[in-house]
Write a protein that binds this ligand. Sequence first.
Ligand code: PHE
Length: 339
Amino acid sequence: MKEQLEAIKAQALKELEAASSAAELEQLRVNYLGKKSPLTAALKNMGSLTPEERPIVGQMANSIKAEIAEALDAAKEKIGQLELANKLEKEKIDVTLPSKKCACGKLHPLTKIQREMEEIFLGMGFSIAEGPEVETEYYNFTALNTPEFHPARDVQDTFYITDKVLLRSQTSTTQVHAMEENKPPIRVISPGRVYRSDAVDATHSPMFHQCEGLVIDKGITMSDLKGTLLLFAKQMFGEKTEIRFRPHHFPFTEPSCEVDVSCFVCGGKGCSVCKGEGWIEILGAGMVHPNVLRMSGIDPEEYSGFAFGMGIERIVMTKFGISDMRLLYENDVRFLSQF
Ligand code: PHE
């Protein structure tokens, strides 16, 4: 019986050695360790042994079983590695091959400049406040000290939805909301869309973007306005940029001014970008009119403030040398992907 067991073991080990796939191994496991294995069959004949022989043979059978199981594990491990190596060899990829180009989206130039503006003012401690594009006449005109018969109120300039409701024609509406909703000190900018009844051409569009700024606190003066705008201009157009204030009129500021930046292309000598002027007009500004403060519940004896508003398209067009505003709205990817 011992010889029989030894022979089974030798045969099993030999076959295991020769096996070359996981499937073959599985078959061998069933053959040698399963219920119908020769080992099990041999053990069934234990009855024919003497009581002294039985434990010895039993032990031997068990240890052979263990040895076969161990050899099976080792073979599995070896074959596993071989199969993995084969697979890796077969599925090898050439990482040096050129890959498929993946088209990467870009920010629209208007978004890009708007975000740049936001970054600059956030850095100066401003926060961002947005307001509705559909407004009442009160926020767009009345609360901004615009007289009832002011030409800007005319239907030729402003889109009316009803007698009292309109599409805002300026982001200055957000000044009023900011003052109604907050107590001074107030320091906000408000970028967004505005609408005017203009025909489309290279420099006009019935919809465009502005960015409003408002600061209200005790003791705010025109020099705070100048300092803030100079810092903005230098960050937006370059360190060498200078600014120039020209007297102007807005109903909601007094005094009011228009602000130019020195041409960032020629530095002020005059070129095609600044049309020979050396200066580029970028915004309107002024000290918030006492009537405007009062109407929004702020005491002009205690507080003062400045406001400014700039057209984002205008800045985008001068910065990127775009001569036709329509290009910004046609959304031709060939155009947009240049920025
Ligand atoms: N709202 C003005 C415009 O649309 C710009 C402006 C804003 C002027 C704030 C002064 C103060 O032209």
